[in-house]
Design a protein around this ligand. Structure first.
Ligand SMILES: NC(=O)c1ccc[n+]([C@@H]2O[C@H](COP(=O)([O-])OP(=O)(O)OC[C@H]3O[C@@H](n4cnc5c(N)ncnc54)[C@H](OP(=O)(O)O)[C@@H]3O)[C@@H](O)[C@H]2O)c1
Length: 218
Protein backbone atom coordinates (compact mmCIF):
# COMPACT_ATOMS: atom_id res chain seq x y z
CA UNK A 1 0.00 0.00 0.00
CA UNK A 2 1.49 3.35 -1.02
CA UNK A 3 0.31 6.36 0.95
CA UNK A 4 0.91 9.93 -0.23
CA UNK A 5 0.62 12.77 2.26
CA UNK A 6 0.02 16.00 0.37
CA UNK A 7 1.36 18.94 2.37
CA UNK A 8 3.25 16.31 4.37
CA UNK A 9 6.00 18.87 4.94
CA UNK A 10 4.12 20.76 7.68
CA UNK A 11 2.91 20.02 11.21
CA UNK A 12 0.40 17.18 10.88
CA UNK A 13 1.96 15.21 8.01
CA UNK A 14 5.40 14.16 9.34
CA UNK A 15 4.11 12.32 12.44
CA UNK A 16 1.70 10.33 10.27
CA UNK A 17 4.44 9.65 7.70
CA UNK A 18 6.91 8.41 10.31
CA UNK A 19 4.35 6.23 12.07
CA UNK A 20 3.07 4.63 8.83
CA UNK A 21 6.64 4.06 7.63
CA UNK A 22 7.50 2.37 10.93
CA UNK A 23 4.36 0.22 10.51
CA UNK A 24 5.69 -1.01 7.15
CA UNK A 25 3.77 1.19 4.71
CA UNK A 26 5.37 2.98 1.75
CA UNK A 27 4.95 6.71 2.28
CA UNK A 28 5.45 9.64 -0.09
CA UNK A 29 5.79 13.19 1.24
CA UNK A 30 4.01 15.58 -1.15
CA UNK A 31 4.74 19.27 -1.45
CA UNK A 32 4.03 22.12 -3.83
CA UNK A 33 7.77 22.02 -4.49
CA UNK A 34 9.42 18.71 -5.34
CA UNK A 35 12.68 19.82 -3.68
CA UNK A 36 10.92 20.64 -0.40
CA UNK A 37 9.19 17.24 -0.41
CA UNK A 38 12.55 15.54 -1.02
CA UNK A 39 14.25 17.59 1.70
CA UNK A 40 11.62 16.83 4.34
CA UNK A 41 11.60 13.13 3.36
CA UNK A 42 15.41 13.05 3.73
CA UNK A 43 15.20 14.73 7.18
CA UNK A 44 12.59 12.23 8.35
CA UNK A 45 14.65 9.31 6.93
CA UNK A 46 17.59 10.61 8.95
CA UNK A 47 15.43 10.34 12.04
CA UNK A 48 14.30 6.83 11.07
CA UNK A 49 17.87 5.75 10.29
CA UNK A 50 16.51 4.15 7.10
CA UNK A 51 15.53 5.56 3.67
CA UNK A 52 11.84 4.66 3.97
CA UNK A 53 10.25 7.91 2.78
CA UNK A 54 10.43 9.64 -0.59
CA UNK A 55 9.47 13.21 -1.49
CA UNK A 56 7.63 14.41 -4.61
CA UNK A 57 5.52 17.29 -5.83
CA UNK A 58 1.85 16.88 -4.88
CA UNK A 59 0.52 15.73 -8.29
CA UNK A 60 3.31 13.14 -8.71
CA UNK A 61 2.75 11.91 -5.14
CA UNK A 62 -1.00 11.60 -5.74
CA UNK A 63 -0.38 9.73 -9.00
CA UNK A 64 2.04 7.27 -7.38
CA UNK A 65 -0.10 6.41 -4.33
CA UNK A 66 -3.04 4.07 -3.65
CA UNK A 67 -4.34 6.19 -0.77
CA UNK A 68 -3.86 9.97 -0.67
CA UNK A 69 -3.99 11.97 2.55
CA UNK A 70 -4.37 15.76 2.59
CA UNK A 71 -2.77 17.81 5.37
CA UNK A 72 -2.80 21.43 4.22
CA UNK A 73 -4.31 24.52 5.90
CA UNK A 74 -7.95 25.00 4.95
CA UNK A 75 -7.02 28.13 2.95
CA UNK A 76 -5.17 25.78 0.58
CA UNK A 77 -7.92 23.12 0.47
CA UNK A 78 -9.69 23.98 -2.79
CA UNK A 79 -6.58 24.89 -4.85
CA UNK A 80 -4.74 21.76 -3.70
CA UNK A 81 -7.73 19.53 -4.52
CA UNK A 82 -8.00 21.08 -7.97
CA UNK A 83 -4.28 20.52 -8.58
CA UNK A 84 -4.57 16.75 -7.97
CA UNK A 85 -8.14 16.02 -9.06
CA UNK A 86 -7.11 13.99 -12.13
CA UNK A 87 -4.54 11.92 -10.22
CA UNK A 88 -7.10 11.02 -7.49
CA UNK A 89 -9.73 9.43 -9.74
CA UNK A 90 -10.54 5.88 -8.62
CA UNK A 91 -8.57 6.25 -5.36
CA UNK A 92 -9.26 6.67 -1.66
CA UNK A 93 -8.74 10.24 -0.48
CA UNK A 94 -8.37 10.99 3.24
CA UNK A 95 -9.16 14.57 4.17
CA UNK A 96 -7.59 15.77 7.43
CA UNK A 97 -8.46 19.44 6.79
CA UNK A 98 -10.36 21.52 9.31
CA UNK A 99 -12.07 24.74 8.17
CA UNK A 100 -10.78 26.79 11.10
CA UNK A 101 -11.79 30.44 11.25
CA UNK A 102 -8.67 32.27 9.92
CA UNK A 103 -9.24 34.97 12.55
CA UNK A 104 -9.75 32.59 15.47
CA UNK A 105 -8.65 28.94 15.48
CA UNK A 106 -11.00 28.26 18.40
CA UNK A 107 -13.83 28.39 15.88
CA UNK A 108 -14.71 26.91 12.51
CA UNK A 109 -16.35 28.46 9.47
CA UNK A 110 -17.97 25.51 7.75
CA UNK A 111 -18.07 25.60 3.92
CA UNK A 112 -21.44 25.55 2.14
CA UNK A 113 -20.97 21.84 1.30
CA UNK A 114 -21.29 21.14 5.05
CA UNK A 115 -17.65 20.31 5.80
CA UNK A 116 -14.21 20.32 4.18
CA UNK A 117 -14.54 16.60 3.39
CA UNK A 118 -17.93 17.04 1.71
CA UNK A 119 -16.48 19.96 -0.23
CA UNK A 120 -13.66 17.64 -1.34
CA UNK A 121 -16.23 15.08 -2.52
CA UNK A 122 -18.04 17.77 -4.54
CA UNK A 123 -14.79 18.91 -6.18
CA UNK A 124 -13.30 15.47 -6.81
CA UNK A 125 -16.47 13.76 -8.02
CA UNK A 126 -18.03 10.35 -7.41
CA UNK A 127 -15.08 8.29 -8.64
CA UNK A 128 -13.04 9.34 -5.58
CA UNK A 129 -13.84 7.73 -2.22
CA UNK A 130 -13.52 10.54 0.32
CA UNK A 131 -12.87 9.62 3.95
CA UNK A 132 -12.74 12.18 6.76
CA UNK A 133 -10.23 11.23 9.48
CA UNK A 134 -7.39 12.29 11.78
CA UNK A 135 -8.69 15.81 12.52
CA UNK A 136 -9.02 15.11 16.24
CA UNK A 137 -5.44 14.11 16.98
CA UNK A 138 -2.69 16.65 17.51
CA UNK A 139 0.43 16.98 15.40
CA UNK A 140 2.41 17.28 18.63
CA UNK A 141 1.32 13.84 19.82
CA UNK A 142 1.75 12.19 16.40
CA UNK A 143 5.24 13.65 15.96
CA UNK A 144 6.67 11.90 19.03
CA UNK A 145 6.67 8.42 17.56
CA UNK A 146 7.49 6.92 20.95
CA UNK A 147 4.36 8.43 22.50
CA UNK A 148 1.40 6.15 23.07
CA UNK A 149 -1.78 7.60 21.67
CA UNK A 150 -4.70 7.35 24.05
CA UNK A 151 -7.31 9.39 22.21
CA UNK A 152 -9.85 8.18 19.66
CA UNK A 153 -9.85 9.06 15.98
CA UNK A 154 -13.30 9.48 14.47
CA UNK A 155 -13.62 8.28 10.88
CA UNK A 156 -16.47 8.76 8.42
CA UNK A 157 -16.73 8.37 4.67
CA UNK A 158 -18.30 6.56 1.82
CA UNK A 159 -18.39 3.92 0.52
CA UNK A 160 -18.01 1.70 3.57
CA UNK A 161 -15.19 -0.36 1.96
CA UNK A 162 -13.04 2.78 1.62
CA UNK A 163 -13.80 3.83 5.19
CA UNK A 164 -12.83 0.36 6.46
CA UNK A 165 -9.52 0.47 4.55
CA UNK A 166 -8.65 3.78 6.17
CA UNK A 167 -9.69 2.45 9.58
CA UNK A 168 -7.33 -0.53 9.02
CA UNK A 169 -4.49 1.86 8.15
CA UNK A 170 -5.06 3.91 11.31
CA UNK A 171 -5.38 0.74 13.40
CA UNK A 172 -1.85 -0.14 12.23
CA UNK A 173 -0.65 2.90 14.18
CA UNK A 174 -2.18 1.48 17.37
CA UNK A 175 -4.67 4.33 17.40
CA UNK A 176 -8.23 3.54 18.40
CA UNK A 177 -10.73 4.43 15.70
CA UNK A 178 -14.47 5.06 15.94
CA UNK A 179 -16.51 4.36 12.80
CA UNK A 180 -18.98 7.24 12.51
CA UNK A 181 -20.56 6.11 9.21
CA UNK A 182 -21.10 7.97 5.93
CA UNK A 183 -19.34 11.19 4.95
CA UNK A 184 -22.14 13.52 6.11
CA UNK A 185 -20.84 13.06 9.69
CA UNK A 186 -17.77 15.12 8.73
CA UNK A 187 -19.71 18.27 9.61
CA UNK A 188 -19.76 17.00 13.20
CA UNK A 189 -16.20 15.64 13.33
CA UNK A 190 -14.26 18.60 11.90
CA UNK A 191 -15.48 21.21 14.45
CA UNK A 192 -14.23 19.04 17.34
CA UNK A 193 -10.72 20.20 16.41
CA UNK A 194 -11.65 23.80 17.24
CA UNK A 195 -12.89 22.58 20.63
CA UNK A 196 -9.59 20.76 21.21
CA UNK A 197 -7.59 23.87 20.21
CA UNK A 198 -9.68 25.86 22.70
CA UNK A 199 -8.87 23.31 25.42
CA UNK A 200 -5.17 23.28 24.51
CA UNK A 201 -5.02 27.07 24.85
CA UNK A 202 -6.99 27.16 28.11
CA UNK A 203 -4.85 24.46 29.69
CA UNK A 204 -1.51 25.44 28.09
CA UNK A 205 -1.04 21.96 26.56
CA UNK A 206 -0.61 20.70 22.98
CA UNK A 207 -2.32 17.34 22.82
CA UNK A 208 -5.94 17.48 23.98
CA UNK A 209 -7.93 14.62 22.49
CA UNK A 210 -11.27 12.87 22.83
CA UNK A 211 -12.36 9.43 23.97
CA UNK A 212 -15.82 8.10 23.11
CA UNK A 213 -17.27 5.76 25.73
CA UNK A 214 -20.32 3.53 25.98
CA UNK A 215 -19.98 1.85 22.58
CA UNK A 216 -19.85 -1.93 22.13
CA UNK A 217 -16.23 -3.07 21.67
CA UNK A 218 -15.36 -3.93 18.05
N1 LIG B 1 -1.41 20.77 13.32
C1 LIG B 1 -2.28 20.04 14.00
O1 LIG B 1 -2.11 19.72 15.21
C2 LIG B 1 -3.54 19.54 13.31
C3 LIG B 1 -4.38 18.66 14.01
C4 LIG B 1 -5.52 18.19 13.38
C5 LIG B 1 -5.85 18.62 12.11
N2 LIG B 1 -5.04 19.50 11.48
C6 LIG B 1 -5.42 19.96 10.15
O2 LIG B 1 -4.50 19.43 9.23
C7 LIG B 1 -4.27 20.36 8.18
C8 LIG B 1 -2.78 20.64 8.11
O3 LIG B 1 -2.38 21.25 9.31
P1 LIG B 1 -0.82 21.59 9.55
O4 LIG B 1 -0.74 22.15 10.91
O5 LIG B 1 0.02 20.44 9.15
O6 LIG B 1 -0.63 22.77 8.47
P2 LIG B 1 0.69 23.54 8.09
O7 LIG B 1 1.86 22.95 8.80
O8 LIG B 1 0.45 25.00 8.24
O9 LIG B 1 0.82 23.28 6.50
C9 LIG B 1 1.02 21.99 5.99
C10 LIG B 1 1.59 22.12 4.58
O10 LIG B 1 0.60 22.67 3.72
C11 LIG B 1 1.26 23.32 2.64
N3 LIG B 1 0.70 24.66 2.48
C12 LIG B 1 0.76 25.69 3.34
N4 LIG B 1 0.17 26.79 2.83
C13 LIG B 1 -0.27 26.45 1.61
C14 LIG B 1 -0.94 27.13 0.58
N5 LIG B 1 -1.32 28.41 0.71
N6 LIG B 1 -1.23 26.45 -0.56
C15 LIG B 1 -0.88 25.16 -0.70
N7 LIG B 1 -0.21 24.45 0.24
C16 LIG B 1 0.08 25.09 1.39
C17 LIG B 1 2.73 23.42 2.99
O11 LIG B 1 3.40 22.42 2.23
P3 LIG B 1 4.35 22.77 0.98
O12 LIG B 1 4.89 24.14 1.19
O13 LIG B 1 5.39 21.72 1.10
O14 LIG B 1 3.50 22.63 -0.21
C18 LIG B 1 2.76 23.07 4.46
O15 LIG B 1 3.97 22.46 4.85
C19 LIG B 1 -5.09 21.61 8.51
O16 LIG B 1 -6.28 21.61 7.77
C20 LIG B 1 -5.34 21.47 9.99
O17 LIG B 1 -6.55 22.10 10.41
C21 LIG B 1 -3.89 19.97 12.04
Amino acid sequence: MKIAILGGTGEQGPGLALRWALAGEEVIIGSRQKEKGERVAAELNQELGRPLLVGMDNPSAAAAADIVVLTVPYSAHVPTLESVKDQLQGKIFVDVSVPLDPDNARRVVMPSAGSASQEAQEILGEQVSVVCALQNISAHLLRDVTAEIDCDVLVCGSPKEARMRVIELIDKLNINTVDVGPLEAASLIEPITALLIRLNIRNKVHSAGIRITGLPSA
